[in-house]
Design a protein around this ligand. Structure first.
Ligand code: IVH
Length: 813
């Protein structure tokens, strides 16, 4: 896009200005899309700002043009320029969700179990409204606001300090004294209903697009390059959490909120301290009843363990605290007609049905597409064989109920059978992949013996839908994190046939890359309205230079990834059931990818049979208990089992609830015994159990890995990639941790924490927790009553410490 100085704008005729305005507007819209949508900007910030300034100069001279064109229409909805990135000192996490009351009770019970609290021991929670806005982190140093950052991806956010300072609820300096030298306050920025309505009325009066809901308006307002625009939008703020702090300043969540308030930070007045699940749920109900009168959007209630020492003990699972839960309000619904069902092929080959709907407003947002999840969902049969919607199927032409909850994609919830047209026929799901024509099948779940609800393409890496989706996943932030590669380049290179699988990326040279990118640019500009006169040669040359620079950057970022953490490598492969947590668990056990492959090949030779898998998948039955079950068939010496029912034999080995779970699953003692016998005959070898008995991996992920490697084209693709890329041990965070790579064994009775807590804490610090002591064990933590493991430790010369010593080590870690 050529530059025209502001002075030149003064000489434009109205027609020329209109053409120029349209071209600028398109260029800005495309740049916005690449930057925000693809994370792959093609122009510099300065160039972008110049385009914007020119557009504004034209609009200042020809006000009639304001509001026309793609980009000017976006002003206000999107930030008009870029923000500096800020890495959060403490990541901004998300929360586990619940909808039903029972889930809240289960949450409280889970926390109590984890902390090993007796029935008469008190455990308080706070219950706070869950504000539906966007979270913001405010860093105060010596009581003065120095940085404000949006959540971003939780690790890195955008710096919006100047904008935050225009928010009246956010103090520039904290009042009172006694605050920590460094204090990161976290909370929610939101807009009141009244202010939201006023903003939309103003947008409408100015011919600008309106916002769908207060949250979008708040986000659009905070992320403005021009803080004056933010200042004109009356944003509000509630503080509810904290990030980095130089010293502790409270012992409970309630006390934190009191201190916040004393320092001049607004906290939500509807927060209540509750003593049990019943009080929490009662408070949830009362907030729900008040919801419409609050004057701002909330989407649920957040419960948090009040005592911060207990919060620390509870820690985190994946990216959510164990000590908190978001109890969401039921979603908003609407009724409309199902016009068609399209099938998309997902990254892992799942055939995903998508409902095309007659557009309808659901809670203020127009919805015309909604997910139908999978084939089973359309048919009304879940993966567990249980009926969905009492078995009602969904047909094209049906009147359907659509729900939308928060950010998630809307979904078709139910069908109104009375309105079904007489000629509506059951939807026939394709049995071939719409993208590559390979067979699409539904797997039999070994545990439930039911058909998987999802139909999948068997084309693996040869399926274009999967190939492209897998590549996009491969380069994504949590995978190879190929900055600048963005999704666009992957698409261009894939379509040009230059990159079909991950290894191809590492074979790219400058020339073919350039050719593909130029070809795409030309195709794009042929499509677009072009202003021939306004595109002199000089600009094309400039564009070429920029492209060269971009290509060199791409190649450099590829080179930087020739060494990559094993967990990223594994996650990037996009293997079904291998998410980030599982990938990390694998990387904790193995030092490089070759070791993973070797171990998996051994596991494939030692696989379990179906009945063993079924038994391993039972609720409440972990690997240890499962193995105890086998002892009932194989009595310990001296044990008399003759004539004893299975139930009686299980009594000494399982807790009542475990026993119930086993018997309920198999239906009767006789069935359970027969199944146990079969399972015992199908026990896998140790090579398989290394994976399957790891609580963070488990049999489903193990089988998925084995299945993946059993396909020649997948194995070849991984080996080809390993020719170019070397994997390194688990990523920094855990590695830097005090117990990285150490094997710890707990034995005897622990008095200050439960086994699961001890295990979770050790693992959080990078340790592996094992059940038996060998020469490879680094540390044994022994409580009273420790027996044979203590002897083993002595035999192997392993250090033994008490529970108190261990706690002291944790404090130092
Ligand atoms: S606590 C580690 N408390 O909900 C836990 N979050 O779904 C930090 N939110 O990202 C969050 N009201 O943006 C917390 N009273 C509240 C909240 C709240 C709204 C948002 C927040 C968070 C999201 C998680």
């Amino acid at each position: 896009m050529p530059r025209i100085e502001a002075s030149a704008v003064e000489t434009l005729t109205e027609d020329a200005a209109r053409a120029r305005h349209a071209a600028l507007s398109d260029a800005i819209a495309e740049a916005d899309r690449l930057y925000h949508g693809e994370d792959a900007p093609e122009i510099t910030d300065a160039e972008y700002d110049a385009l914007r300034r020119e557009l504004e100069a034209i609009e200042a001279r020809f006000p009639a043009l304001a509001g026309t064109g793609t980009a000017s229409a976006a002003v206000g909805a999107k930030p008009s320029s870029r923000f500096e990135k800020v890495r959060h000192a403490v990541p901004m996490l998300s929360l586990g969700n619940a909808f039903a009351d029972e889930e809240v009770e289960e949450f409280v019970a889970r926390v109590r179990r984890f902390l090993n609290l007796g029935a008469d021991e008190a455990l308080a929670f706070t219950a706070e409204p869950k504000i539906d806005g966007l979270s913001l982190s405010l860093r105060y140093e010596a009581g003065r606001l120095v940085t404000a950052a949006t959540r971003g991806d939780g690790e890195v956010g955008e710096k919006v300090t100047a904008n935050a300072l225009t928010v009246k609820d956010i103090p520039e300096t904290l009042s009172g004294s006694g605050g920590p030298a460094v204090l990161e306050v976290r909370g929610e920025v939101y807009l009141s209903h009244a202010d939201f309505a006023a903003i939309n009325a103003r947008q409408e009066a100015e011919g600008l697009p309106t916002f769908a809901n207060p949250r979008n308006a708040a986000a659009g307002s905070l992320r403005q390059k021009d803080a004056a625009i933010t200042a004109a939008r009356p944003l509000r703020f509630f503080a509810y959490a904290w990030g980095e702090v130089s010293e502790p300043f409270a012992d409970t969540q309630s006390a934190v909120l009191e201190r916040f308030s004393a320092w001049g930070l607004p906290v939500n007045p509807r927060t209540k301290r509750c003593r049990d699940a019943a009080e929490m749920i009662a408070h949830y109900r009362s907030i729900e009843a008040e919801r419409a009168d609050l004057g701002y959007d909330i989407d649920g209630v957040v419960y948090k363990v009040d005592d911060l020492a207990l919060q620390r003990r509870l820690g985190f699972v994946s990216r959510a605290p164990r000590w908190a839960l978001a109890h969401k309000f039921a979603a908003q619904e609407a009724i409309t007609e199902l016009l068609a069902i399209d099938i998309n092929v997902g990254r892992t080959g799942s055939l995903n049905p998508l409902a095309r709907l007659k557009p309808v407003t659901v809670g203020g947002v127009v919805v015309s597409n909604a997910t139908l999840h999978n084939e089973g969902y359309v048919q009304g049969v879940g993966g567990d064989g249980e009926p969905i919607r009492d078995g009602r199927d969904i047909r094209v032409g049906d009147t359907v109920i659509v729900v939308r909850a928060g950010d998630v994609i809307p979904k078709v919830l139910d069908v109104v059978l009375e309105k079904r047209p007489a000629d509506a026929v059951p939807f026939v799901f394709p049995d071939t992949c719409p993208a590559c024509g390979s067979k699409a099948v539904r797997e039999l779940n070994p545990r439930t013996k039911k058909l998987d609800a999802v139909r999948r393409c068997t084309g693996g890496l040869i399926c274009p839908a999967q190939g492209l989706e897998r590549l996009k996943h491969f380069v994504s932030r949590n995978g190879f994190d190929l900055e600048g590669f963005g999704q666009t380049y992957v698409e261009v290179l894939f379509e040009a046939g230059l990159v079909r699988q991950p290894a191809d990326l590492f074979r790219l040279d400058f020339a073919p890359l350039k050719a593909a990118i130029v070809a795409r640019r030309e195709a794009l500009s042929a499509q677009r309205r072009t202003d021939a006169e306004a595109t002199p040669k000089k600009a094309a040359k400039k564009k070429g230079e920029d492209e060269d620079k971009a290509i060199h950057n791409l190649l450099a970022s590829l080179d930087a990834r020739r060494k990559i953490a094993l967990n990223r490598f594994l996650f990037a492969l996009g293997i079904p059931h291998i998410g980030e947590t599982t990938a990390k668990a694998l990387a904790k056990r193995f030092s490089d990818m070759q070791a993973v492959i070797t171990a998996l090949d051994a596991a494939a030779q030692a696989q379990a049979g179906r009945d063993w898998l079924e038994l391993s998948g039972l609720p409440r039955i972990g690997p240890g208990t499962r193995d105890k079950l086998f002892e009932t068939l194989d009595p310990t010496p001296g044990e008399q089992i003759e004539g004893l029912s299975l139930g009686a034999r299980l009594r000494g080995r399982l807790t009542p609830s475990q026993r119930e779970a086993v018997l309920a699953h198999y239906g009767s003692e006789a069935e359970a015994e027969a199944a146990l016998e079969r399972a015992a005959g199908q026990r896998p070898g140790d090579a398989y159990r290394v994976f399957a008995d790891d609580g963070e991996i488990g049999p489903v992920a193990t089988d998925s890995l084995i299945q993946f490697l059993s396909e020649a084209h997948n194995r070849d693709a991984v080996l080809a990639l390993l020719d170019a890329v070397e994997t390194t041990p688990l990523e920094a965070a855990a590695n830097a941790a005090a117990f990285a790579g150490k094997t710890v064994v707990f034995t005897g009775t622990l008095e200050k924490m439960t086994r699961s807590e001890a295990k979770a804490t050790a693992e959080r610090l990078g340790a592996k927790v094992s059940g038996s002591v060998s020469a490879k064990t680094d540390l044994v933590v022994a409580g009273p009553g420790a027996g044979s493991k203590l002897k083993d430790a002595e035999k192997h010369g392993v250090t033994v410490v008490s529970e108190d010593d261990w706690l002291a080590m944790l404090r130092d870690a």
